[in-house]
Design a protein around this ligand. Structure first.
Ligand code: MSP
Length: 510
């Protein structure tokens, strides 16, 4: 039986159209999901939409549509984004689905039965933008610490006894040092929990758009309790005997943005502990993108539309840039100059040219077949061994969600291969020693095979195009086949360039 790996993105609010931030979180998960599948895991990769709550209800009202029709429409935009970005999610959950209502109500009943929910009244500040409650001391000049406006709320409410979970949470963090990443975020969460937890209001009565509290229809469940539950709904909960649940819960990784870490690393594990359910293994909080140095905001009008980027630069180029540009976990800045530099110098020059040069020489000088090789020299072995060692390095980087490091490591070998071409000068060997030329081209072609296979998670279409040119079959594209070698004599298709350069359009046309 193969090993299982379950990873999730946050579910996106449907009050708005998808932007670069949404694309980024899901892209990181997509690369990881693809990596794990190629590495032999049975993967469940979940994304979806967060459709309840006041924010969405208000957005629907503003659009003059009934909330269900509104969420149907906006949720579809997120599905479309997944198509355009070539995301390989196995499921797409919507919190308005019946399976989810059932899971939410079951978890609620569990918490109630175990005495962790009680009826009271909430009086305090609420930020609709964050869908979060704030204390008197947190609110400064009518704003939450996130900068979001707050409103005063007074209503009957059920509470979850979060205050009782301070010690169990701290103990859990202590015993599971990898639960929250990166480490700086883990420290932040730990100090937040150490500073004391207050019971959490988990139901609302002043609006209707949510999952009804079982047995008390006047209340709907707090949107974060509803939303977080999606992760376990999609694993088959409440059917804990289902094969899906057994295979995939607890999740291996919840990927989130730094702004929503507290919900995932404090509330969610507390709910799960209280309901006696196993906790996810890891929560990773990534950073935020700015646009040409500026905070991205609708009011500034500098929101980056992923579809426009893709149209301009190409899908795999955008995927590569987003994962390569920033140490994953840090904030990053999007700039057109940086985007063009990366796509032109790293993809087109370093990697694209390497394969184009080598494959063209093979097409011209080796009858368009994988060349036969003689004995490998020390230099040949150094390159082949370096490529063979990449998989283990990448496994570690992907397991640490260090996507930029993984790409750095790949580019080390791309650099080695380029230096090897220059040193060996196969074009000169053509006249002096054609057998040696064939060996050199073989070593390079086999290195390109390894690089192409290992780049599939980040640039799936381009890597596929590259591997097509090496006539590699589907099984040979899996990591399990990395230790094999290209078979001399295999006929190869005519080489075509894989990574085009970006050329600024003529201003007259623009
Ligand atoms: N609905 C909640 C999540 C519930 S999960 C149980 C939510 N949705 S969201 O649509 O507002 O945001 C989803 C993700 O987008 C978050 O991880 C957030 O960090 C990310 N981003 C939003 N803007 C971003 C940037 N400018 N840069 C990077 N990611 C950002 O929160």
């Amino acid at each position: 039986m193969s090993a299982h790996y379950y990873l999730t993105t946050p579910i996106y609010y449907v009050n708005d159209k998808p932007h670069i931030g949404h694309a980024y979180t899901t892209l990181a998960c997509d690369a990881l999901a693809r990596f794990k599948r190629l590495d032999g895991y049975e993967v469940k990769f979940l994304t979806g939409t967060d459709e309840h709550g006041q924010k969405v209800e208000t957005a629907a009202e503003n659009a003059g549509i009934d909330p269900q029709a509104f969420t149907d429409k906006v949720s579809q935009n997120f599905r479309d984004l997944a198509g355009v970005m070539n995301f390989s999610n196995d499921d797409f959950i919507r919190t308005t689905e019946e399976r989810h209502r059932k899971a939410c109500q079951t978890i609620w009943n569990k918490l109630l039965e175990k005495g962790h929910i009680y009826l009271g009244a909430y009086e305090g500040w609420y930020s609709v933008r964050d869908e979060a409650f704030f204390t008197e001391t947190e609110v400064v000049d009518g704003k939450a610490p996130t900068g979001a406006p707050v409103e005063w709320v007074e209503e009957p409410s059920y509470f979850f006894d979060l205050s009782k979970w301070q010690e169990p949470l701290l103990k859990y963090y202590e015993e599971h040092p990898d639960f929250i990443a990166p480490p700086a975020r883990r420290n932040e969460v730990t100090s937040f929990v150490k500073s004391g937890l207050r019971d959490l209001s988990v139901s609302r009565t002043s609006f209707k758009w949510g999952v009804p509290v079982p047995g008390d229809d006047a209340h709907i469940m707090y949107v974060w309790l509803d939303a977080l539950t999606n992760y376990i709904t999609a694993a088959g909960y409440p059917d804990t005997e289902s094969s899906d649940y057994k295979a995939f819960w607890p999740a291996d990784l919840h990927m989130v943005g730094k702004d929503i870490l507290r919900f995932h690393a404090v509330y969610w594990p507390a709910f799960l502990m209280a309901a006696d359910l196993p906790l996810p293994k890891r929560v990773f909080a990534h950073g935020w993108w700015t646009n040409e140095g500026q905070k991205i905001s609708k009011s500034v009008g500098n929101v980056i539309d992923p579809l426009e980027l893709i149209e301009k630069y190409g899908l795999d180029q955008v995927r590569y840039f987003l994962l390569r540009e920033v140490p994953f976990g840090n904030d990053g800045d999007f700039s057109h100059t940086a985007m063009i530099n990366r796509m032109n110098s790293e993809l087109a020059n370093d990697f694209g040219n390497l394969s184009q040069r080598v494959l063209s020489m093979i097409a011209k000088n080796c009858d368009g077949t994988v060349p036969a090789h003689g004995d490998f020299t020390e230099a040949d072995k150094v390159l082949l061994d370096a490529a063979a060692g990449l998989l283990d390095t990448l496994r570690q980087a992907y397991d640490a969600q260090a996507f930029n490091k993984a790409l750095d490591q790949v580019w080390q070998i791309v650099g080695d291969a380029n230096r090897y071409v220059d040193e060996m000068a196969p074009w000169a060997l053509k006249k002096t020693d054609p057998d040696r030329m064939a060996t050199v081209l073989y070593v390079l072609a086999d290195t390109i095979r390894v690089l192409g296979v290992l780049m599939q998670p980040v640039v799936p279409d381009s890597a596929a195009k590259m591997l097509d040119q090496l006539a590699l079959g589907a099984e040979d594209r899996k990591f399990a086949a990395l230790g094999t070698r290209l078979v001399p004599g295999t006929e190869l298709p005519k080489p075509v360039p894989v990574f085009p350069r970006y050329v600024e359009p003529e201003t007259a046309e623009a």
